[in-house]
Design a protein around this ligand. Structure first.
Ligand code: 5GP
Length: 201
């Protein structure tokens, strides 16, 4: 059985860096590639960060029941296809899902044992500084992202773990520790201990 790790964070909190460091260091982890109707940014490639599809295609897939969860974030659709979970299960890998607060809530209800992690910047001014340094958005968009961040942070209690991302190295270590500890949870060790017990029979 695969473990599912849901990771959410307001835009600019450093989630993408932390997730890519995690993926590089931990084996046996797959990244869930979502579908989205937004356009690719910078170096993003179809089938790598996201599957980029049209609004019509997305709506058709909703109607077909393809998504385990989906949400509208900043005027675009984002969704997790059931196939991503099946892919991880059949490869015997654990799955990391980078999804928003709405999606996290839906998945926690649908996947028993899914572990959720919330990442946030240490303050509003720090987040604003990071968003400006990224120079990806206009002042108006940054204002909106800051408001969205406050709304997302207010939902933090729905998550199992919270990482305040002050220093990347430390946050990366915390994130890795969570994944490693969850892997050896007693409930996930039954098969292994059962096999060990058989050697005593
Ligand atoms: P971005 O456009 O910056 O890549 O992502 C915007 C937001 O959409 C982020 O908060 C990200 O976590 C969220 N997101 C990405 N994929 C999914 C998904 O499949 N489902 C949901 N609910 N949110 C997603």
């Amino acid at each position: 059985m695969s473990n599912f790790y849901i990771i959410s964070a307001p835009s600019g909190s450093g989630k993408t860096t932390l997730v890519s460091q995690l993926m590089a260091k931990e084996s046996n982890l797959e990244f869930s590639i979502s579908c989205t109707t937004r356009n690719p940014r910078g170096q993003e490639e179809d089938g790598k960060e996201y599957y980029f599809i049209s609004r019509e295609e997305f709506e058709a897939r909703i109607a077909d029941g393809e998504f385990l969860e989906w949400a509208k974030v900043f005027d675009h659709y984002y969704g997790t296809s059931r196939r991503e979970l099946a892919r991880a299960e059949s490869a015997g890998k654990d799955l990391v899902l980078d999804i928003d607060v709405q999606g996290a809530r839906q998945l926690k209800e649908k996947i028993a044992g899914a572990v959720s992690i919330f990442i946030l910047a240490p303050s509003r001014s720090e987040l604003e500084q990071r968003l400006r340094a990224r120079s990806e958005d206009s002042g108006k968009v940054i204002e909106r992202r800051l408001e969205e961040a406050a709304a997302e942070i207010r939902n933090y209690s729905a998550y199992d773990y919270v990482i305040v991302n002050e220093r990347v190295e430390e946050s990366a270590r915390d994130l890795r520790s969570i994944i490693r500890a969850e892997r050896v949870r007693r409930q996930r060790m039954d098969a292994k201990v059962g096999a060990i017990l058989k050697t005593f029979a």
